[in-house]
Design a protein around this ligand. Structure first.
Ligand SMILES: *Cc1c(COP(=O)(O)O)cnc(C)c1O
Length: 401
């Protein structure tokens, strides 16, 4: 099949939930992708912050193949060796004491929401189910995580949504303080808002939120589905704020592309879950956990967290230098390898995205006026230079000079 044939099949047989770019990738290696017509691309979105170790890293691919030939799935009715090992690794890397595994970011957040409510039922008196989230947040597409997502446009066709969620302006501690009531059991935030536009909070925001949660006896849940595992130049986004959350959720980068999600918590909170409270058929099966274990090994052995920090700084510098003269460019923001290039309203991000794709660079327009960059964590200096040159050309073309 060539690109066009895949597009025709998609249009004929799939529900139209996505507005897809007219390309079908068939092969990947590191930061490179090839489409069904044989064209080569430099991938600067990495499957939306998923392909952490690069496409088809030989160690991750080998781990998956080996596990697939040995045992893929038994269900959580029985003990699962790679799941136990993966939980140990994640606990050693993070603030957490215990893990629950599932298959996606939304499911990880569902687990976090249920855990917070179960915890509140045990530790707090009265009706205490409220969860405060931020406007412009993104927590997933299931009904509860959609309710948690503070964006009207995603919610409106699907009401009624599960109750108990209220929204406050991100990066405003005062607003949060006002929103907390006797019914609040948790605050749930991204450490950097991803889908909402790569919004990095002020340095004192998360520390002050932590203090506030402690003072009011409520849990701090951090949705690190996009920010964890090196993406921001540290293993976890909360490390930049030097705080300890109560619960975090992971997914995107954890399996290098193999679907897996996780909810991690401190012992005092995790212990609220008892047998029967929560479950997932596929969650943490042998195959997914083998992929995640290999992913963590590669991130560690190849120093990809440090590389993300270095390449992130380099990208910000290159982008600022290259784009500054171009009318229509506003600024670059983000942290590590989670960046947004912000344009003025004159420049359409979609047009820049399309122009880049035609020139062999994959980026993502996350809104009318900004493009998101989230390359694999193993991206090189030469890759960054090439990407910035293509992007600058694209912006010049779109801006009309
Ligand atoms: C992508 C994302 C999710 C949803 O993850 P899915 O795997 O699509 O369910 C939730 N929260 C954040 C912060 C995300 O970036």
């Amino acid at each position: 099949m060539n690109n066009q044939q895949v597009i025709e099949l998609t249009q004929r047989y799939l529900m139209s939930t996505y507005s897809q770019l007219p390309v079908a990738f068939v092969r990947g290696e590191g930061c490179r992708l090839w489409d069904a017509d044989g064209n080569e691309y430099l991938d600067f979105i990495g499957g939306i912050s998923v392909v952490s170790t690069g496409h088809c890293h030989p160690r991750v691919a080998a781990a998956i193949c080996e596990q697939a030939g040995q045992l893929m799935h038994t269900s959580n009715l029985y003990h699962i060796p790679p799941q136990a090992q993966l939980a140990k690794r994640l606990v050693e890397l993070s603030f957490a004491d215990r893990c629950f595994f599932c298959n996606s970011g939304a499911e990880a957040n569902e687990a976090a929401i249920k855990l917070a409510r179960k915890w509140a039922g045990i530790n707090r008196s009265g009706e205490c189910f409220g969860i405060i989230t931020a406007k412009q947040s993104f927590h997933g597409r299931t009904l509860a995580t959609l309710a948690a997502t503070g964006q009207e446009k995603y919610q409106k066709a699907f009401r009624p949504l599960p109750p108990g969620f209220t929204y406050v302006i991100f990066n405003d501690v005062g607003a949060l303080e006002e929103a907390i009531s006797g019914q609040t059991c948790a605050v749930m935030l991204e450490t950097i808002q991803g889908e909402g536009g790569i919004n990095v909070p002020d340095d004192d925001y998360l520390p002050r939120v932590r203090e506030l949660c402690d003072k009011r006896g409520i849990l701090l849940i951090l949705d690190e589905v996009q920010t964890a595992l090196g993406r921001t130049g540290r293993w976890f986004g909360y490390e930049h704020a030097d705080i300890t959350p109560d619960i975090i959720t992971l997914a995107k980068a954890l399996g290098s592309g193999f679907p897996i999600g996780a909810c991690l918590a401190k012992e005092e909170v995790a212990s609220a879950f008892q047998p029967g409270d929560h479950a997932s058929t596929f969650g943490g099966n042998h195959l997914a956990c083998a992929a995640a274990l290999a992913t963590i090994d590669v991130i560690e052995d190849e120093s990809l967290v440090a590389n993300a920090a270095q390449m992130g700084s380099l990208l910000v510098k290159l982008l600022t230098d290259e784009l500054s003269g171009i009318e229509g460019f506003d600024h670059v923001r983000g942290r590590g390898l989670l960046l947004a290039v912000q344009f003025t309203p004159k420049v359409s991000a979609k047009a820049v995205q399309d122009q880049c794709l035609a020139a062999g660079l994959v980026v993502n327009a996350t809104g009318d006026d900004r493009v998101r960059l989230a390359p694999p964590l193993m991206v090189s200096e030469a890759d960054c230079q090439e990407a910035v040159a293509i992007l600058a050309d694209a912006v010049r073309k779109v801006a009309g000079h």
